[in-house]
Design a binder for this molecule. Structure first.
Ligand SMILES: [Zn+2]
Length: 226
């Protein structure tokens, strides 16, 4: 299965993601201009994001899978206006935090796990500590998830921030070392986009923007044999 990966759109929809069997969006979807205004974010999502998803999804045999990121306050707050129904009416597989989904054809599929949490810093969406992240990852282990879609990177891998600090999750790294998933798709640390390995696990930081939120990187395509 060929998987096109992109993270940190921050509202940028003026790009054509590459051809693949499916597209994964690893969080930070909403524009920074409206991220803290939940009703405005929902207006953007229905007016801009939904038509974009509709146009893109027909290009992917297995559709589009998405998780939220620390800027996606609108996805953290789905109260009112029938928002949770609305989110499910978009043309994507929206994976709730800590949920998993198997995608593909029989004998040729992958099970994806949604890990939107990043380590608590300030007042952001989907914040947690490593104990909580470790607890959530137990569900990935039970569900035999071979692809972890995590907004944040693992500690020490594609996680060096602008100030030289390594800001990834220790719990995610330990999970990778112990459980050897095939693929970890992440973003969050814009300035650390790239690909690396932890043992036999392929880690992809597919952030599209640079540290100044300028569109810099193309989405990446990863091929999984399973
Ligand atoms: Zn971001």
């Amino acid at each position: 299965m060929r998987i096109a990966c992109a993270a940190d759109l921050h509202g940028h929809l003026g790009f054509q993601p590459p051809a693949a069997d499916m597209l994964v969006l690893a969080g930070d979807i909403v524009p920074i201009e409206c991220e803290r205004d939940v009703p405005m974010s929902w207006s953007w999502a229905t007016e801009k994001l939904a038509p974009w998803l509709r146009a893109q999804t027909i290009r992917y045999k297995h559709g589009i899978l998405a998780i939220p990121g620390n800027h996606d306050f609108w996805l953290q707050d789905q109260r009112g206006h029938d928002r949770s129904n609305l989110i499910r009416s978009f043309n994507w597989h929206y994976l709730d935090p800590g949920a998993r989904q198997t995608i593909g054809s029989e004998g040729y599929n992958n099970t994806f796990f949604s890990l939107p949490w990043t380590l608590a810093r300030n007042d952001w969406a989907f914040q947690a500590n490593d104990n909580f992240i470790a607890m959530q990852l137990q569900k990935a282990q039970t569900g035999r998830c071979n692809v972890i879609v995590s907004h944040g990177p693992p500690l020490g891998c594609l996680d060096t921030a602008w100030n030289g600090q390594s800001i990834g999750s220790r719990a995610l790294r330990e999970y990778i070392v112990d459980n050897k998933p095939d693929l970890v798709i992440c973003g969050h640390v814009h300035e650390a986009a790239g690909e690396d390995m932890i043992g036999r696990t392929h880690v992809v930081n597919c952030s599209l923007l640079d540290s100044r939120y300028k569109f810099t990187n193309s989405p990446r395509v990863v091929v999984l044999d399973s």
